[in-house]
Design a protein around this ligand. Structure first.
Ligand code: ADP
Length: 158
């Protein structure tokens, strides 16, 4: 079975994340673990358990996907889950430098686990959690970018 881990902060989970998982699990991997970083070095507006629960709700209906929280070294966690790949999204050039650095380091830490990058579907190329938060903060309509539970959660935060 070809398993991938998809790590991220997911603050909050967006339709762009969902699209990536859906394509990964339909076209490449037999199972994808969405790994929500519990103690992110980014400042988050949602707690780890809120981010996990919103990711689960956003992924309803997609088979062979599991959402779990994690902390620590990703490659160790991936190995425990018998994952062969780390899945990440590459949207714009500015993503590249950080992703290249991370994947090189992960390869040094465990050469058996490969990083796999998917580019977003056209309609989500510009979408990020931070942009969604910014729009929500100013009362903009985010219905096209997140599922209804995430939308409600964001509205009650702001
Ligand atoms: P992190 O804090 O690890 O960057 P994010 O939650 O921001 O976590 O993103 C997790 C992963 O999802 C990253 O690889 C990111 O590039 C990818 N991603 C985020 N938004 C999109 C999108 N709209 N389309 C494709 N990939 C995306």
């Amino acid at each position: 079975m070809t398993i991938a881990v998809y790590p991220g902060t997911f603050d909050p989970f967006t339709n762009g994340h969902r699209d990536l998982v859906q394509r990964a699990v339909s076209n490449i991997f037999e199972k994808v673990y969405v790994c929500v970083v519990e103690k992110s070095n980014k400042e988050t507006i949602f707690t780890a358990s809120e981010r996990i629960s919103l990711a689960k709700k956003s992924l309803e209906g997609i088979k062979n996907v599991e959402v779990i929280g994690f902390d620590g070294l990703l490659v160790d966690f991936a190995e425990k889950l018998k994952a062969k790949a780390i899945l990440r999204g590459l949207r714009v050039v500015s993503d590249f430098e950080y992703e290249f650095q991370m994947s090189s380091m992960n390869k040094k830490l465990n050469s058996k686990i490969e990083s796999v990058f998917l580019t977003p579907s056209e309609s989500y190329a510009f979408l990020s959690s931070s942009l969604v938060k910014e729009i929500a903060r100013f009362g903009g309509d985010i219905s096209a970018f997140v599922n209804k539970d995430v939308k409600e959660a964001l509205q009650s935060k702001y």
